[in-house]
Ligand binder design. Structure first.
Ligand code: HEM
Length: 287
């Protein structure tokens, strides 16, 4: 069996070793806080939240890998896409296991809750999706499924929607965090269908950050309007000011704008490196 930090020739791949180590960090840190008694009166509930949150985060990171590899001409990132996706799946499995433990291992009760509570049904569907992607991510499954593999793995996009929706519904009042996550998801999804010729100009990235910010405002407005009794117009107008800190749409804009600024910097570095004769390691990317 090949170790995850080695390539098929047995060579050590530092990027894989680093990402594998990082994947354990949130779990270990939270386990340490639990052991140290820092998770308050309901540590199991805190652990359920932390594992759910990290599952969504890793899911989003896995969706960002292809766009980032292209935006930053950094093809080695693609080497860790599978590992990051599997990490999202592992945290989701742990999340369910902790929920079962919290329910004192009453499996029939857990099953009925999943059937009866809409947000749990959605979470379960997302978990099944992640499992389907996980078991078909081996080299042999990729070979066996051929072209169908790519089609199957496009399910990652609706699975992420389910995960984020589950996050929204379980967050009772202030949905700022899920709104921010949804904004980042929209940003990544807006980039993907762009015509190839548009994926190079920096203006595209600047425009994308503005559209992302506006789309996040729209999402937040829609959520408060549809799912809560809070006046969505008040929430919408709150985006005009940053007196009480940045709102989720501002944050989504800031992240997208930061990337828009980093893209030309990265290109400059690559150009300088190749002018001075240095090699840019990686797999050639489509332009
Ligand atoms: C059978 C599957 C699942 C079950 C039973 C489940 C159950 C739960 C429960 C009980 C909570 C806490 C709700 C509360 O305290 O009121 C929660 C929160 C959460 N879950 Fe799940 N979940 C499942 C799948 C997933 C999956 C697949 C993801 C990610 C892709 C996910 C992400 C989250 C997130 C982000 C939170 C909120 C964390 C926070 O507020 O800090 N869950 N889930």
């Amino acid at each position: 069996m090949r170790m995850p930090w080695r390539d098929r020739h047995g060579r050590l791949l530092p990027i894989k070793a680093v990402v594998l180590a990082l994947a354990f960090v949130p779990g270990l840190v939270n386990a340490f806080w639990w052991w140290a008694g820092d998770l308050g009166g309901r540590p199991l509930t805190e652990m359920i939240h932390a594992t759910g949150l990290w599952s969504v985060r890793f899911m989003l990171i896995s969706l960002a890998i292809t766009p980032f590899a292209r935006m930053f001409d950094w093809s080695r990132l693609l080497l860790v896409r599978r590992m990051v996706g599997l990490t999202a799946m592992a945290y989701a499995i742990l999340h369910l296991a902790l929920y079962i433990a919290d329910q004192k291992f009453k499996l029939l009760f857990v099953a009925s809750e999943i059937v009866l509570r809409f947000y749990l049904t959605i979470g379960f569907a997302a978990l099944l999706g992640l499992l389907a992607l996980g078991v078909t991510s081996t080299d042999s499954a990729v070979r066996r499924l051929g072209r169908r593999w790519k089609q199957l793995h496009r399910l990652a996009y609706p699975i992420a929607v389910l995960g984020i929706l589950h996050y929204f519904i379980q967050t009772k009042a202030n949905v700022s965090e899920p709104v921010f996550v949804a904004g980042l998801y929209v940003w990544l999804m807006l980039w993907r269908p762009l015509p190839e010729a548009w994926k190079r100009p920096i203006a595209t990235y600047a425009a994308l950050s503005i559209v992302t910010g506006l789309a996040t405002v729209g999402l937040e407005f829609a959520w408060y309007g549809i799912a809560t009794s809070i006046d969505p117009w008040r929430v919408l107008l709150a985006n005009q000011s940053i007196d009480f800190g940045l709102r989720p749409a501002h944050w989504a804009f800031v992240v997208a704008a930061a990337v828009a600024m980093l893209v030309p910097l990265r290109r400059l570095t690559i150009r300088r490196r190749s002018a001075s004769g240095g090699a840019t390691p990686g797999i050639p990317l489509r332009r």
